[in-house]
Design a protein around this ligand. Structure first.
Ligand SMILES: NC(=O)c1ccc[n+]([C@@H]2O[C@H](COP(=O)([O-])OP(=O)(O)OC[C@H]3O[C@@H](n4cnc5c(N)ncnc54)[C@H](O)[C@@H]3O)[C@@H](O)[C@H]2O)c1
Length: 407
């Protein structure tokens, strides 16, 4: 098929590459000319395990351009542009602009919105351009995006036009995944409800972690393990830490609350999820202060900068929030990250040994390589905020969600 992908960020680039890998010709459109130039030169600006390999093999079937007219003749255009929140509310201008541009370039192309949008968006835009628009929300996880696109747990397609919905379904047939066809509004809400629910699981286990820290013998990881053995609960998203960050959960939970509020509905659980999440970095700071005392002049090494492992995405990273708070309290920061090697305002070391002899090492992201390290034995204090360090190998490490009595 000839397919167009609009917006070449984490979702669009992965979608376009995987679809090219399945033999489709993909016109890849982004308004950011610098990104287009980079892609033409084979330079991927996102870190996503496995992406470079598929990209290299299939670049020949991909056209990179900022010129919408080149999508003419595409059977489907997938909209993958940002939907940020501004003052807590969703900004739909990128989605609107891209849908209008696709419509001007080729009115025959089926439009499928992958971006996360509030219920009613596809119907509103359908009315504006006098043409049905379908919803095909994206559920991929950064760091696991290729596998999630090749083999998603479900495909949700919303719309009014059965023929167009079938066409979208055909594109994803290779996945063999179950397909749920429904209204635009259901599809749009399934995405928000899913993200809000997962965020709630994280905030929930973080509150249990707080409790574990004052109960002798308690460890949140084991509590979560035991909970997760019940399939009604499930083991995923029950990892205690410094809270959720990234480009989705923070903005999507806020957008859902604001959307519901406009409709007169008070989303109390989602609001609490956001509140609990906001308190996590302060909690982490308290832990660090308990270990090293007054932070003024103290040297702190932060391990992990991105919002989670296996990505270079820094959006809403709790690690960066932590660094800013520590700096404000007078600490001197040095950071290490497996993939981020440069960042304005942060001294980043290339090798972990360069963090030897510091007052405290803080593990702020769950990269596998942080499970064990000789650094933990040589450091004065080590705090694991992501429950990643193997405490059997490093019993000297203080971990979030583990009882720590008085010394
Ligand atoms: N990142 C994720 O893990 C993830 C997962 C599921 C869903 N989503 C949703 O998918 C959408 C995209 O997310 P992302 O993380 O890929 O965003 P991103 O910010 O990484 O990329 C979006 C791209 O769209 C481009 N763009 C903006 N306006 C455009 C326009 N009018 N025409 C063409 N290109 C335009 C930007 O230049 C940018 O390159 C969002 O709604 C997000 O909530 C993201």
């Amino acid at each position: 098929m000839k397919i167009a992908v609009i917006g070449l960020g984490f979702v669009g680039l992965v979608t376009a590459t995987v679809l090219a890998g399945k033999g489709n010709s993909v016109t890849c459109i982004d308004t950011d000319e610098r990104k287009i130039e980079k892609l033409k030169n084979g330079d991927l600006y996102i870190y996503e395990p496995g992406l470079d390999d598929i990209f290299e093999k299939n670049r020949g079937r991909m056209i990179f351009t900022s010129d919408y007219s080149l999508l003419k003749g595409s059977e489907i255009a997938f909209i993958c542009v940002p939907t940020p929140t501004v003052n807590g509310k969703i900004n739909l201008s990128y989605v609107r602009d891209s849908v209008f541009s696709v419509n001007s370039a080729d009115r025959k192309a089926t439009v499928a919105i992958k971006s996360t949008v509030v219920p009613g968006t596809a119907s509103w835009l359908s009315f504006q351009i006098r043409k049905d628009i379908s919803s095909n929300p994206e559920f991929l996880r950064e760091g696991n995006a290729i596998e999630d696109t090749l083999c998603p747990e479900r495909i949700v397609i919303g719309g009014k036009n059965a023929e167009e919905m079938e066409k979208i379904s055909k594109v994803w047939e290779f996945t063999g995944s179950p397909v749920l066809k429904t209204t635009n509004e259901n599809a749009e809400l399934i995405k928000y409800a899913s993200n809000a629910f997962l965020a709630t699981k994280i905030s929930f286990i973080n509150e249990i972690a707080n409790l574990c820290e004052i109960i002798p013998g308690a460890d949140v990881a084991t509590v979560a393990q035991g909970m997760g053995m019940d399939h009604r609960i499930g083991k995923d998203f029950l990892r205690a830490g410094i809270g959720f960050g990234g480009s989705c959960f923070p903005k999507d939970t806020m957008a859902l609350v604001a959307y519901a509020e406009e409709k007169g509905i008070d989303m109390r659980i989602v609001k609490s999820t956001i509140e609990v999440n906001k308190a996590r970095v302060k909690h982490a700071i308290r832990m660090i202060e308990e270990e090293v005392g007054d932070l003024r002049g103290k040297s702190i090494c932060i391990l992990g900068l991105s919002f989670k492992d296996n990505t270079n995405d820094l959006r809403e990273s709790k690690s960066l929030e932590l660094i800013n708070e520590l700096k404000a309290k007078g600490a001197k920061i040095r950071a290490y990250d497996p993939v981020i090697k440069e960042l304005d305002g942060v001294e980043i070391v290339k090798r972990l040994e360069e963090c030897d002899g510091m007052d405290c090492v803080v593990v702020a992201s769950e990269w596998k390589e942080f499970e064990t390290s000789p650094l933990y034995e040589r450091a004065k204090k080590v705090i694991d905020l992501k429950k990643v360090v193997n405490l059997r190998v490093h019993p000297n490490v203080r971990a979030i969600g583990v009882y720590r009595g008085k010394d």
